[in-house]
Design a binder for this molecule. Structure first.
Ligand SMILES: Nc1ncnc2c1ncn2[C@@H]1O[C@H](COP(=O)(O)OP(=O)(O)OP(=O)(O)O)[C@@H](O)[C@H]1O
Length: 248
């Protein structure tokens, strides 16, 4: 099941996909990081993007946000071609990001940080009261500066902010980095609850236990492209399957 297959993206129908990158080359200045990368995420999917440090996982997110320069290839969001990616354009087309390091705005309160996420103006289930139901601690601390929260609470805030955009897809970039195992467990449950409500997830994660608990499919990257994919099976064998690609 883990046998390498051609990566998804090229040849897949972009119209129905929430996110498609097709043959993407992306750069930071003259540094060529993504090499003909192709991938696709369909509505409601839970996909893990795995691979060793430095293979370009965050650069996939940065390309979608326009923070890395896409020199060739195509990006589609919500079935629409995106010629000039920008964070607000991604949000408008239904893709929200929980960035690596969370990026909570220091001089804004918890509630103000949450409201930033609603800037795209998409309607849907999620608003501040719904986020507070999901994370009661954020309601208790609504008037506290966002960066005064613990690491786990800041991660909840970053996820809440992403949900405020009422996205069809959330990109989660190493959301459990530096968090205690008990907090990681709580977040795993929350990611599953969010996915159960129909939001697709693309989870970049080094914690393979979390990948097993949250994702249904994995894409493995090496040297700036997707080199393998397969189903995620929550078992010791399933773990060995995906570990193999992180060790590539
Ligand atoms: N702003 C930048 N300018 C130049 N090179 C960069 C920049 N950001 C990242 N890189 C380089 O791009 C490559 C891919 O980095 P990226 O952060 O996408 O990898 P990653 O797979 O997400 O790894 P990690 O798990 O360490 O975050 C690395 O060699 C990194 O040093």
């Amino acid at each position: 099941m883990s046998a390498a297959r051609p990566p998804e993206g090229e040849g897949t129908p972009v119209r129905s996909a929430l996110l498609t990158l097709t043959g993407v080359d992306a750069f930071y200045g003259s540094a060529h990081i993504l090499h003909g990368l192709s991938l696709a995420v369909q509505p409601g999917e839970r996909v893990a993007l795995i691979g060793r440090n430095g293979v370009g996982k965050t650069t996939v997110v940065n390309t979608i946000l326009g923070l890395a320069r896409m020199k060739s290839g195509q990006l589609h969001l919500g079935g629409q071609p995106i010629a000039r990616p920008r964070p607000h354009i991604a949000a408008r087309h239904g893709t929200a990001v929980v960035p690596q390091g969370r990026r909570i705005v220091a001089n804004l309160t918890v509630e103000e940080n949450l409201r930033l996420g609603a800037a795209a103006g998409r309607k849907g289930h999620w608003n501040a009261p719904e986020i507070y139901k999901l994370f009661p601690i954020l309601k208790e601390r609504a008037r506290t500066p966002g960066t005064a929260l613990s690491g786990g609470q800041q991660q909840m805030l970053a996820l809440g902010r992403a949900l405020m955009a009422n996205p069809d897809l959330i990109l989660l970039d190493e959301p459990t980095q530096g968090l205690a195992p008990v907090i990681v467990d709580q977040l795993a449950d929350i990611f599953r609850r969010v996915a159960d409500q129909g939001t697709a997830l693309l989870l970049i994660e080094q914690n393979l236990g979390l990948v097993l608990r949250v994702a249904h499919r994995y894409l493995a990257m090496s040297k700036g492209s997707v080199v393998a994919q397969g189903a995620v099976v929550n078992s010791a064998e399933g773990l060995a399957d995906i570990e193999e690609h992180v060790m590539v």
